[in-house]
Design a protein around this ligand. Structure first.
Ligand SMILES: *[C@@H]1O[C@H](CO)[C@@H](O)[C@H](O)[C@H]1NC(C)=O
Ligand SMILES: *[C@@H]1O[C@H](CO)[C@@H](O)[C@H](O)[C@H]1NC(C)=O
Ligand SMILES: *[C@@H]1O[C@H](CO)[C@@H](O)[C@H](O)[C@H]1NC(C)=O
Ligand SMILES: *[C@@H]1O[C@H](CO)[C@@H](O)[C@H](O)[C@H]1NC(C)=O
Ligand SMILES: *[C@@H]1O[C@H](CO)[C@@H](O)[C@H](O)[C@H]1NC(C)=O
Ligand SMILES: *[C@@H]1O[C@H](CO)[C@@H](O)[C@H](O)[C@H]1NC(C)=O
Ligand SMILES: *[C@@H]1O[C@H](CO)[C@@H](O)[C@H](O)[C@H]1NC(C)=O
Ligand SMILES: *[C@@H]1O[C@H](CO)[C@@H](O)[C@H](O)[C@H]1NC(C)=O
Ligand SMILES: *[C@@H]1O[C@H](CO)[C@@H](O)[C@H](O)[C@H]1NC(C)=O
Ligand SMILES: *[C@@H]1O[C@H](CO)[C@@H](O)[C@H](O)[C@H]1NC(C)=O
Ligand SMILES: *[C@@H]1O[C@H](CO)[C@@H](O)[C@H](O)[C@H]1NC(C)=O
Ligand SMILES: *[C@@H]1O[C@H](CO)[C@@H](O)[C@H](O)[C@H]1NC(C)=O
Length: 396
């Protein structure tokens, strides 16, 4: 009786500690807080999840401000149109400008030529993008500026072709008429320059323009017709983002006032170079940047999410689930586990288990003899608990 009482007291203490730490951890806003501030979570058709927001007090910092003044989402105070925000990947999709260098049949540059640059501020250009040029008298420079807005380095692409028939029909960006190269990691400020060697005079009958742009590789398919006529003004581009912080996740967690991840979430290093991302822990889903944003997944509601065998009962638990076997059955009830076995069989199994145990001892002795034969000396392995180091002592 005493023992039971003590146990109950200990449990009460534990519960108090848990709820206390949960209360101090509630630094990120809850969905209700955002509602109270009159925040809206969309702009036109695009959903705008926190830490992004379209109004003051609705975003985590200025970096996550989306200007939705004409029902079209733009990043911060820019002309970059936002097409997609992914919390899980730490990415935001935008439409990016194309540099264009066009000539008339006499080789005179056209008025419509356009020079593009991109300042993604505290976001960085994802390596999922490629620097791309299109044309048959064409070069493209990707110039990278440092934090001081001065030239740091450049990379580029060249494609020359004397005849349309050399350009492949299969849509591949092969280097003939279309050239692609990787974009270095963690760039924020780029200039994209398209140019030609001979003002397209040798190719003017089939290729009047050179184009250069950075584009999400998966969202762009080259077409041979682009050599003659490429009408896009903008192409999709992926930016990486993160919670700006020069500290590692472990350090960021120490300041619970500034730590951006909500409960039941984990912290990950962001692609932007410094800073971090939050993701819901296994067994939870939702918005990891909100308090109470990560909600328990009911694995029992979806047969694809649980491994309970048919005869067992699925029980949802916080962050997980258990399968319980019917009465007089035992096992973990899981298809990839010990399933459910009638207790009657258990008795039989113990007998078989013992037999296996004895057999395995015999096997071990045989194994030792084998080692002696093989190497002429015995390696003894002292039994040790899991997780500790094992020593192999040679005995001669
Ligand atoms: C929103 O989506 C609907 C259907 O997908 C589309 O018809 C409509 O034009 C979209 N509105 C805006 C503002 O993009
Ligand atoms: C980028 O982050 C720095 C440091 O947090 C901040 O001072 C600056 O305003 C941010 N830039 C933009 C464009 O928001
Ligand atoms: C949002 O964009 C509109 C026009 O696109 C501009 O007039 C306005 O100043 C911008 N608002 C902010 C807060 O940057
Ligand atoms: C938006 O982003 C997600 C994740 O990055 C991607 O799966 C989805 O296809 C994107 N949607 C559009 C319309 O680009
Ligand atoms: C940026 O420019 C300032 C003034 O010209 C200079 O003092 C500083 O060293 C520069 N920083 C870098 C990283 O080049
Ligand atoms: C392109 O080259 C092929 C093969 O050399 C030739 O048959 C064709 O006439 C050329 N076409 C043009 C438009 O010059
Ligand atoms: C291309 O056009 C520019 C501007 O009209 C001119 O200065 C240049 O000489 C031309 N180059 C060639 C190779 O025709
Ligand atoms: C590019 O081509 C592939 C294969 O034909 C296709 O699956 C994909 O949808 C295309 N992408 C775009 C953006 O057109
Ligand atoms: C270029 O293509 C667009 C559609 O993609 C078409 O409307 C236009 O007429 C074409 N122009 C020429 C010169 O072929
Ligand atoms: C991160 O550190 C760099 C260099 O020490 C500094 O320039 C930058 O302002 C810091 N950014 C933040 C968000 O603390
Ligand atoms: C924790 O973060 C808050 C908000 O950014 C800041 O005001 C405070 O100084 C930080 N505390 C420590 C110990 O760094
Ligand atoms: C659920 O519990 C099992 C057994 O303890 C464990 O192997 C599994 O990783 C857990 N799943 C999640 C999503 O936490």
């Amino acid at each position: 009786m005493m023992l039971v009482l003590v146990q109950v007291q200990v449990q009460v203490v534990v519960v108090v500690i848990l709820s206390f730490s949960a209360a101090t951890k509630a630094a990120p806003p809850a969905e209700a807080d955002l509602k109270n501030h009159g925040c809206v979570n969309h702009c036109g058709n695009l959903s705008i999840p926190y830490p992004f927001g379209v109004k003051e007090n609705c975003y985590l910092s200025e970096d996550f401000f989306i200007n939705c003044s004409d029902s079209q989402p733009y990043l911060w105070h820019s002309n970059l149109h936002v097409t997609n925000i992914s919390l899980d990947k730490g990415e935001v999709g935008i439409m990016n400008y194309i540099s264009r260098d066009c000539y008339d049949l006499l080789g005179t540059p056209l008025q419509s030529n356009f020079y593009a640059w991109l300042d993604s501020a505290n976001f960085s250009i994802s390596t999922k993008n490629k620097f791309t040029t299109i044309g048959c008298d064409t070069y493209g420079y990707l110039r990278i500026l440092d934090n001081n807005n001065s030239f740091a380095f450049a990379t580029g692409c060249v494609s020359s072709c004397m005849n349309m028939s050399y350009v492949p029909d299969d849509g591949s960006c092969s280097g003939i008429g279309c050239c692609q190269t990787s974009v270095p990691k963690q760039l924020s400020y780029i200039e994209v320059d398209a140019g030609s060697y001979n003002n397209h005079t040798d190719v003017s009958n089939f290729n009047p323009c050179s184009y250069a742009f950075v584009v999400e590789e998966a969202a762009f398919n080259f077409s041979k017709t682009y050599i003659q006529n490429f009408t896009e003004d903008m192409v999709p581009l992926v930016l990486d983002w993160g919670i700006l912080d020069n500290e590692t996740c472990d350090e960021a967690k120490r300041n619970l006032t500034s730590y951006a991840c909500g409960d039941h979430s984990d912290c990950y290093k962001a692609e932007i170079g410094h800073g971090y991302l939050c993701k819901c822990s296994n067994g939870y889903k939702g918005n990891a940047y909100l308090s109470y944003g990560c909600k328990d997944i009911d694995e029992c509601a979806d047969p694809n999410l649980n491994q309970c065998v048919e005869e067992s009962k699925c029980l949802n638990t916080p962050g997980n689930y258990t399968c319980s076997c019917p009465k007089r059955y035992h096992g973990d009830g899981k298809t990839d586990g010990t399933r459910c076995t009638a207790d009657r069989v258990l008795v039989l199994q113990i007998v078989i288990g013992n037999a296996i145990y004895v057999k395995s001892k015999i096997n071990k002795v045989q194994h030792l003899i084998h080692i002696i034969n093989e190497f002429g000396r015995i390696y003894l392995q002292p039994t040790s608990p899991i997780g500790s180091t094992s020593f192999y002592t040679p005995v001669t």
